[in-house]
Design a protein around this ligand. Sequence first.
Ligand code: SF4
Length: 208
Amino acid sequence: MAQLEPKGVYWLDNTLYLNITNQCSNCCYFCFKRYKSGVGGFNLKLLREPTIEKIETELSEVLHKRSWDGIVFCGFGEPTERLDVLVEVTKWIRRQHGKPIQIRLDTNGHGYTLNPNRDVALELKNAGIDKVSVSLNAGDKETYNEICKPTFPETYDAVLEFILKTKGLVELEVTAVRLPEVKLAKVQRVADKLGVKFKVREYIPCFF
Ligand code: SF4
């Protein structure tokens, strides 16, 4: 079967998703991209990182086609690896869409590590992101390093810092995937201590 064209924009049910990068500063053992080409019939393995113009072109083809429930930055990479693209595309959506719609960022919370000297949380808020979902998956540094295999040292503490800096600005939740290695109660205790909402994500491998 011929390979489908890689997509920067895709949808599942009634939600639009943006796959703006395949780069990630984690290497989670459960990440779909380790063994899948995409989700829901879309190829998310980018041949090259899409330009802002390419994403906006793909978006314009579908943005007004339905009354979408929301738009989520979530693909086969970490969106804050390309903070400028994330910010510019969010602003473009706010200009083009014209109706209230939730724009959510799903992130590993490495935004400040990846973008030193930038006020990431404030930039996200000002661009028009109204919800951030931080994938934590561990209640301590050692477990985080085992499960997520971050590129940078001391990343766990940086994720906690990201959560604290972001929580007052936009709606925020901390998530953990339901897997045997992930101790959900421990992650929930961390979320409680930080004063943020906690959500369990079911691990449902999408078919492709
Ligand atoms: S943080 Fe997300 S994109 Fe990055 S490796 Fe983990 S699951 Fe994959």
